[in-house]
Design a protein around this ligand. Structure first.
Ligand SMILES: NC(=O)c1ccc[n+]([C@@H]2O[C@H](COP(=O)([O-])OP(=O)(O)OC[C@H]3O[C@@H](n4cnc5c(N)ncnc54)[C@H](OP(=O)(O)O)[C@@H]3O)[C@@H](O)[C@H]2O)c1
Length: 287
């Protein structure tokens, strides 16, 4: 182990966050393992002199700032931030309440922003750092019954891609991770909230969706311990990837999406390229 780094992981009490902490410790790094329930985090990841467990509900900006202060007090720096904490509000858009949609965005999008906002001054001071945000295949393509979740993950990706350009001058790199289905607790009752059945038009398809989603828990092909090893590898690279699509299922979806996008471009290329002002002198910004 030549290059010991300080990791900061959100949602480290259950699911893939536990694997991220364990893998980083096993690779010789120091880790700030955070979660809403610090006892659960400590129990899940075990003890180590290189581990600091800190309370952090990512929806709290104050807790994010306090957790970052605690991390810097203990280890002096933060090299790798993993925005991992998440949950899943599943249901048809019309059957998810506005409050449920706000809570979904609040955890997956605003939560990641809260933690990153607290960490960035540390990384800018260091002139180095690596921000990893766990997105999803639903950050690349939308799925029925996942509108709130996909909206959050698409938002996360737009934010991350923009942030990348803003912080690169300070030596900070970013990576979006798009996992396919991994065997965690995300589809268990503690993590998933289903919309309330309220619209008869959706009754039949809702029943199919519920049956499908409930059957997936425990069947996911991805091994979170292997995903954690993949993160160890990409964080050790000189130029980490801006995106890491994780899992054969995720690659298949992404490839289909690229093909669909190409077909959509091709179908209307002529119409699309005919939209410029006739007088080029009047043409301004292309944005
Ligand atoms: N598993 C998959 O197939 C899959 C696929 C694509 C993307 N992802 C993404 O992977 C990430 C991790 O999910 P997972 O699969 O490991 O799910 P999980 O097993 O349900 O674990 C979710 C973790 O997030 C924590 N969490 C939830 N809300 C939080 C909050 N407000 N503040 C802090 N921590 C919070 C949970 O802590 P509590 O114990 O306190 O609830 C738990 O530790 C999520 O961003 C998810 O969207 C997962």
């Amino acid at each position: 182990m030549t290059n010991k780094k300080i990791w900061f992981v959100t949602g480290a009490g259950r699911g893939m966050g536990v694997d991220f902490v364990k893998a980083a410790l096993a690779a010789g790094h120091a880790v700030v393992g955070t979660g809403r329930d610090t006892d659960a985090v400590a129990k899940a990841v075990g003890e180590s002199d290189d581990l600091l467990v800190v309370k952090l509900d990512v929806t709290s900006r104050a807790e994010a700032e306090a957790a970052v202060r605690a991390a810097v007090d203990r280890f002096g720096r933060i090299d790798v931030l993993v925005n991992n904490a998440g949950n899943f509000f599943a249901g048809y858009f019309e059957e998810l309440t506005p409050e449920q949609i706000e809570r979904q965005l609040g955890t997956l999008l605003i939560g990641a922003m809260n933690v990153t906002r607290a960490v960035l001054p540390v990384m800018r001071r260091q002139r180095s750092g690596h921000i990893i945000s766990i997105s999803s295949t639903a950050g690349i393509v939308g799925f029925a019954f996942c509108s709130a979740y996909a909206a959050s993950k698409f938002g996360l990706e737009g934010w991350m891609e923009s942030l990348q350009q803003e912080v690169a001058p300070f030596g900070i790199t970013t990576t979006i991770v798009n996992p396919g289905f991994f065997r965690t607790e995300l589809l268990e009752p503690a993590s998933v909230t289903y919309g309330e059945p309220s619209i008869e038009d959706y009754a039949a398809s809702r029943a199919d969706q519920l049956k499908w989603w409930k059957a997936q828990s425990g069947l996911q092909p991805g091994d979170p311990a292997k995903l954690a090893q993949a993160l160890i590898r990409i964080t050790s690279e000189q130029q980490p990837p801006r995106r890491f699509i994780a899992g054969a299922d995720a690659i298949a979806l992404a490839e289909q999406h690229v093909a669909d996008l190409q077909a959509q471009i091709a179908a209307y290329r002529e119409l699309s390229t005919s939209l410029a002002l006739d007088d080029p002198a009047l043409a301004g910004s292309t944005r």
